[in-house]
Design a protein around this ligand. Structure first.
Ligand code: AMP
Length: 461
């Protein structure tokens, strides 16, 4: 689809994540970590279309700072040869840009002197980079010149002028990052090539240079046994249990109908049987007999910044746990809603709280509300906490306390737009601009998590 990709390199920011063991002793890790650690990847044959700027040592380094630092350094050293930039999910590319914003001075210093930052301590990684790093004051000067400007618009094409496109997934939850990517890349094409999960590879985009809104993934029928559960868009909360209820009518791969929505159900070679992935897809057409799908969304996911997926029940538990800290102030949370704020890099969760304060002389202070932020983070799942602690891909959670009566105003607004009073439920996540504006205009104070929550690779829960 893009000519000449064999004449240069790809700057791909690729990372391994830490592994855990199941109680039965099996290794558990994300699929890409398995792949990068496999001989398939490590001893791959030379392929002119897949030459990466990042050495294996950098990709395989478990320390996310050292890995990112050296991948960025190598990308800068090879800047004229880079023809495409890639990461798995869009959030990762923004993280890389933020990293450059924070570290360009040190990177330029390394280029100027030809000596490597002492924070790179992994022996094999150090040895590998030191071999290629030579003093290059001209490049250092260029990096300083570009990065010290206040305006970072188009920074990607300024630094890597031969980039033809960004290889990055921007469908589903990642669509929220498109405007920011466009800003930093000067509007380079975005190629979404694959639709996959740790459980199974699902499909490919056969027209990778199409607009993000038009992306369809063609299911690869040989990857698993695919079945589809017809999805009623308004019945998200209905659940069934294959063992206790009559099995619903599952539709086979070839029998799905164009325009209809389905939930994906897979039976895999590894042994998952009729496993509900949790993704909702809409059929857009067929390639031969294989259906093509538009990714609609993940079921029940309220908040997502990176690979974290927080559902309504988890958010509810987190709010409940945190609100215990308000007891000593004789206060409680009367209503709440949330928003994934991706205006900052990394993005962070914002939770709006309306409080009932019974004793105004003892209302919750900043310290208490900060501790509430941390308590919420401690309650969220391990993928969220890993993003906070190990990957630095999610920023501190924020609580915005809103004025009394704000949630009633929110309801009035919804009713004025046609919602029924009887059926109205407080949305637990908001994205609609007028509602965000209403909430933000009623904020009385904002509080951020003061610390990192607990997370360790050994603890998978
Ligand atoms: P994981 O199992 O953590 O690797 O995540 C897999 C999930 O990521 C999928 O079930 C989807 O919800 C999401 N995902 C993967 N690829 C895409 C894509 N191309 N577009 C949108 N969402 C995706």
């Amino acid at each position: 689809h893009v000519a000449g990709l064999d004449k240069g390199k790809g700057l791909y920011f690729l990372f391994v994540k830490s592994e855990t063991r199941t109680p039965g002793g099996l290794l558990a890790r994300p699929v890409l970590t398995s792949y990068y650690k496999s001989d398939h990847f490590k001893t791959r044959l030379y392929d002119p279309y897949n030459v990466y700027t990042s050495p294996n040592e950098a990709i395989l380094c478990p320390d996310s700072f050292q890995s990112m630092y050296t991948q960025m350094l190598c990308g800068l050293l090879d800047r004229h040869q880079v023809l495409r930039l890639g990461v798995v999910f869009a959030s990762g590319l923004l993280r890389a840009i933020r990293f450059l914003q924070l570290n360009w001075r040190q990177l330029a210093h390394d280029m100027e002197t030809g000596s490597l930052n002492s924070k790179i301590t992994d022996p094999s990684l150090r040895e590998c980079i030191v071999k290629t790093l030579k003093p290059n004051p001209e490049l250092a000067q260029f990096v300083r010149h570009e990065c010290s400007k206040d305006d970072w618009e188009g920074i990607i094409v300024r630094i890597w002028p031969n980039t033809k496109y960004l290889d990055v997934i921007v469908t589903g939850a990642m669509a929220q990052y498109i405007p920011t990517l466009d800003y930093y890349s000067g509007g380079l094409p975005l190629a979404c090539t694959m639709y996959a999960s740790s459980e199974c590879y699902f499909g490919l985009n056969l027209n990778p240079m199409c607009k993000p809104s038009e992306v369809s993934y063609t299911i690869m029928p040989n990857m698993a046994y695919f079945e589809f559960l017809p999805h009623e868009p308004n019945l998200d909360s209905t659940s069934f249990d294959f063992t206790h209820e009559l099995p619903p009518k599952l539709v086979d791969l070839m029998d799905v109908e164009v325009g209809k929505e389905y939930e994906l159900v897979i039976t895999t070679y590894a042994g998952l049987c009729r496993y509900r992935v949790g993704d909702i897809l809409r059929v857009t057409g067929f390639h031969n007999s294989a259906p093509q799908f538009h990714f609609i969304r993940r079921k029940n996911v309220l908040l997502s910044i990176d690979s974290d997926k927080t559902d309504e029940a988890e958010l509810q538990t987190a709010v409940e746990n945190a609100s215990h800290l308000l007891r000593e102030h004789n206060a409680s949370v009367v209503e709440y809603t949330s928003h994934a704020d991706t205006k900052t890099i990394p993005g962070h969760y914002v939770v709006y709280w309306e409080l009932l304060v019974k004793d105004s002389t003892n209302s919750p202070d900043n310290d208490t509300l900060e501790q509430c932020c941390l308590a919420m983070e401690e309650s969220l799942n391990s993928v969220y906490r890993q993003g906070r602690v190990a990957d630095n891909s999610i920023g501190p959670l924020e609580i915005r306390v809103v004025k009394n009566g704000t949630f009633e105003e929110l309801m009035d607004y919804a009713i004025s737009r046609g919602a029924s009073i009887n059926q109205y439920k407080v949305p637990r996540c908001v994205n609609f601009t007028p509602i965000m504006e209403l909430l933000d205009s009623r904020v009385v104070s904002a509080h951020f998590s003061p610390d990192l929550p607990h997370w360790s690779p050994e603890r998978s829960q």
